[in-house]
Design a protein around this ligand. Structure first.
Ligand code: HEC
Ligand code: HEC
Length: 506
């Protein structure tokens, strides 16, 4: 407990300030848990937006049921709020301060940001290596440790830092939480289990099989039009599939689209794809995904990449070093803990490839790779001033910052003259220059570690940089181009139209 208090005290101080500034008031439903984590009041179940099949309805009930944690007081929705694009809605504690969400036991936090589960259903089973695209693809979680969303849904209930049920069975596949299996039999919605699987469902199936049903039901719900709505302004525009004319992009949004690199490039605009976002945040290059979505963009290819996100020094996980208070969820490495992403994936790939041998990160080629999240709903927030955290550790706090960082990650500045140069991230900035951003947490496999544009590379006599446009980390965008890109990201939030009928629970 000592460590937990040590974190909580300064946080409560800051929370006090935020509350004084009125920042907490709009989120009062969460205020109870602010500061130390711990049980939260139930979130009322959202009205159905599309017709749900019984199994999908069951999954929805499970996702909202705060009695499923141990102690009660935490459901999936508490870390995956609808109004925040299915990521944490706890603004001060998670998004402004920590970047990662607390769990049901006070003093315990996740070590990563809550990944949106919007469009997670379209991530191909994985991870698998795609030799055409030369990338690892698919699975769920930032490190891909669940093959699919059904397997993913079995994680949170037994995670000591999330819903904290004690599992029995042997990891990674044969565990289930007896307490949860008991509880699901006596809930107001338990009749749905019987309706779908037969009146003897609770005796016919073993606890492990019932836990599989838990996973399947949640996965079924996550694949419905409520979670994958395809209902943004983009979908309502002529770029949607099918094309519609309910929304017309503003000039700035259209310039942002061109920079991002999705949809057609009718005038062969030189800026098309200049910001490189499409490389990872578009499903266009992977026809298998398009088959699942009837050609609609998921705004991610579900590929793994290391884009060089820095450490989040505020991550409370660094201080969760006490095995006495948290025997299975503590952090033995303290501040020395490095998040290797795919390189720390304990499950392995679909074909049995191990991503580490003995210790997370001990295979260099997998270090630092994270599953690319969708940019859909990246801007979805309960109110315009609501702060959201971004990246796997919640390090960044705004889309403006995210875009500015992609644009200038590899740039250093001379504080005396203001002169800027691009540098090789592995070498660090030249003498007399300061980097604009903290160094990546993991340097291996960083995308465009060199980060010179073709012209710069030629001037330096460096080979191997062939892009006509900018490089990730040195995109060469002007301030107004950055703003255009942010404006484009904003039209990717669902809710402009009702959920797309193509996914209306069919
Ligand atoms: C205490 C907060 C918390 C709770 C409760 C929680 N999650 Fe999460 N969720 C997270 C975090 C953090 C991650 C990312 C973890 C990682 O990748 O290591 C995540 C990741 C996910 C993902 C991965 C999305 C993707 O595209 O890969 C899905 C799906 C998801 N959660 C669904 C659920 C479901 C279903 C439940 C309830 C059974 C749930 N979560 C409960 C915090 C939470
Ligand atoms: C080489 C692949 C790649 C490219 C190019 C790329 N991204 Fe990303 N993006 C990722 C990965 C991987 C992550 C997660 C990384 C992490 O958290 O460590 C990410 C994270 C993000 C996030 C945070 C989402 C969240 O849920 O926290 C946003 C927003 C984003 N990218 C926008 C962009 C934009 C805008 C561009 C173009 C300027 C871009 N990305 C270019 C791979 C890429």
């Amino acid at each position: 407990m000592k460590k937990a208090r040590a974190i909580a005290a300064p946080l409560l101080g800051l929370v006090g300030i935020l509350a004084g500034a009125g920042l907490l008031s709009q989120n009062s439903v969460y205020a109870q848990g602010v500061g130390i984590g711990g049980p939260l009041p139930p979130v009322p179940i959202e009205p159905n937006l599309v017709k749900l099949e019984p199994i999908e309805q069951l999954g929805k009930h499970l996702i909202f049921d705060t009695t499923m944690s141990n102690p009660p007081g935490y459901a999936c929705v508490q870390c995956h709020a609808y109004t925040a694009g299915f990521t944490s809605g706890l603004e001060p504690i998670v998004n402004i301060i920590d970047g990662v969400p607390p769990g049901v036991v006070p003093g315990r936090w996740d070590n990563r940001k809550a990944y949106t589960y919007g469009y997670a259903a379209f991530s191909p089973q994985g991870p698998y290596y795609d030799s055409t695209l030369a990338v690892w693809i698919g699975g769920n979680f930032w490190d891909g440790r669940a093959f699919d969303t059904a397997m993913q849904a079995q994680g949170p209930p037994i995670n000591p830092n999330e819903m904290n049920n004690t599992p029995v069975g042997s990891p990674p596949f044969d565990q289930y939480p007896p307490l949860l299996i008991k509880k699901i039999q006596n809930r107001p919605y338990s009749y749905l289990f019987k309706q779908i699987f037969g009146p003897d469902v609770f005796t016919k199936y073993t606890p492990l099989q019932l836990y599989d049903i838990w996973g399947e039901a949640i996965a079924a719900y996550e694949a419905t039009g409520e979670v994958c709505q395809f209902s943004s302004k983009y979908d309502a525009s002529k770029y949607g599939v099918p094309a519609r004319n309910l929304y017309k992009l503003s000039a700035s949004e259209e310039r942002g689209r061109i920079l991002y690199g999705v949809g057609p490039n009718p005038k062969n605009n030189r800026n098309f794809g200049k910001a490189q976002c499409f490389q990872c945040h578009s499903s266009a290059a992977n026809p298998a995904i398009g088959l699942e979505t009837d050609g609609k963009e998921t705004f991610t290819m579900y590929c793994f990449a290391n884009i060089g996100v820095p450490k989040n020094p505020n991550n409370p996980y660094y201080a969760m070093t006490n095995p006495a208070t948290n025997p299975t969820g503590y952090n033995p490495l303290g501040r020395k803990w490095i998040d290797y992403g795919l390189g720390a994936n304990p499950t392995g790939s679909l074909d049995g490839t191990r991503f580490y041998n003995k210790k997370p990160g001990d295979i260099p080629r997998f270090r630092g790779l994270f599953l690319t999240p969708t940019t859909r709903n990246a801007d979805l927030r309960p109110r315009p001033t609501f702060v959201k955290s971004y990246f796997h550790n919640g390090w960044s706090k705004s889309l403006q910052e995210v875009v500015h960082w992609y644009n200038t990650r590899n740039i250093a500045v001379d504080p005396n003259t203001g002169r800027k140069v691009a540098f090789d991230l592995r070498e660090g900035p030249p003498t007399g220059y300061d980097r604009l951003w903290p160094a990546p947490e993991v340097l291996e496999n960083v995308q465009n570690v060199i980060g010179y544009t073709a012209a710069e590379a030629a001037a330096k006599g460096t080979s191997g940089v062939t892009a006509e446009n900018g490089q990730v980390g040195n995109l060469g965008l002007t301030a107004s181009e950055e703003a255009d890109l942010v404006n484009f990201l904003k039209i990717l939030s669902d809710g402009y139209t009702s959920p797309n009928p193509a996914y209306g629970g069919e």
